[in-house]
Ligand binder design. Structure first.
Ligand SMILES: [Zn+2]
Length: 54
């Protein structure tokens, strides 16, 4: 791959969450996630974990 740009990657993965039920990825406001206000579009659950690179 080309040059690594940690800042850009950080921005990419920031606010990205993965549904714990079906693995659907979505971007959202962490505050909303914490408050359970965000629902997965696929399975309608509101349990998410932070998306990590590995
Ligand atoms: Zn889901």
């Amino acid at each position: 791959m080309g040059t690594k740009i940690p800042e850009a990657q950080n921005r990419l993965f920031k606010n990205m969450f993965v549904c714990q039920k079906c693995g659907n990825k979505m971007r959202s406001d962490p505050q909303k996630i914490l408050k359970g206000k965000v629902k997965c579009r696929k399975c309608d659950k509101s349990q998410f974990r932070i998306l990590k690179k590995k």
